[in-house]
Design a protein around this ligand. Structure first.
Ligand code: PGA
Length: 274
């Protein structure tokens, strides 16, 4: 796991976008795993800008989103399908046939989850999975106690998540209680994971996920065992990390990150895109 701590949320978003952009330019037919939430809105805004201004071409990309609420059709403005159309798909030219989300309004949710997993396999697996982290410690909607071996399935949302996302529904009490989510096992099969965390409200859970033991109560901690996971965060989100000098050391000395470092910054002082 690489942990990259950048001075601001803008810097963290910029690096995330740059990695996604490089992936798509290197392999135009990439399979991307996408996430939703407030943190990702800036990422998608920048990707849309890269599409419109720098010709970043998404026409051959296939995407799979992590999750969707049960009971909402994809036409519902509160659905994650609508979020994706609004924030990325429409402006970036990602056709509905290539931008897949689980259908939380399907008559047979078990069959829908199975079909979603099958579609990922048929696409050749996910090259790059974008992730946020919830205050409950979730990735996707894998809430505390989710099995590390879990696949796409129906889950119960944690109270912490209802609190976190309630404002999109006019209050936690109006939120769906159930969702479909890619499993932790599904996420772990992606070739690369990129977790973006910004803001101080993520600092405690990020520290547990990254530095605590791997345990089902903190689903994001499973990523410690992923062979290629990069965590990108800003200073406020990094505030709970005890080993940050070590992460900075690794970042400064790893040749793989050389072109992403700010050459003028003294070692350990954080960085900007180079
Ligand atoms: P947020 O959500 O970006 O809205 O904080 C992240 C998540 O819950 O995974």
């Amino acid at each position: 796991m690489d942990i990259i701590i950048l001075p601001s949320a803008d810097d963290a978003v910029a690096l995330t976008v740059r990695i996604i952009e490089e992936q798509v330019r290197r392999r135009p037919e990439s399979v991307l795993g996408l996430a939703t939430g407030a943190t990702m809105e800036d990422v998608y805004r920048s990707l849309v800008r890269a599409h419109l201004e720098d010709g970043l071409d998404f026409s051959q990309v296939t995407t799979f989103n992590l999750d969707e609420y049960v009971g909402l059709t994809h036409e519902d403005p509160r659905s994650y399908a609508a979020y994706m159309r609004r924030n990325l798909f429409d402006a970036a030219g990602i056709d509905e046939s290539r931008g897949r989300l689980p259908d939380g309004a399907a008559a047979d949710l078990t069959a829908e989850c199975r079909a979603f997993e099958e579609a990922i396999r048929a696409a050749g697996g996910i090259d790059l999975q974008l992730l946020g982290i919830g205050r409950s410690g979730h990735i996707g909607f894998n809430e505390p106690m989710a099995s590390p071996a879990s696949r796409t399935r129906r889950v119960v949302l944690a109270p912490e998540t209802l609190k976190q996302n309630g404002s999109y529904f006019g209050g936690a009490e109006h939120m769906p209680r159930l969702a479909l989510t890619m499993g932790i096992g599904t996420i772990m099969e992606s070739r690369r994971c990129l977790l973006l965390a910004t803001g101080k409200e993520k600092s405690a859970v990020l520290a547990e996920a990254v530095e605590g033991p791997v345990r089902a109560m903190i689903p994001a901690s499973a990523l410690q065992a992923h062979p290629a996971c990069t965590v990108i965060c800003d200073e406020p989100a990094a505030a709970g990390l005890r080993q940050r000098a070590y992460y900075d050391w690794l970042f400064q000395h790893d040749p793989a990150w050389a072109r992403f470092r700010l050459t003028t910054a003294p070692p350990g002082s954080g960085c900007r895109e180079g």
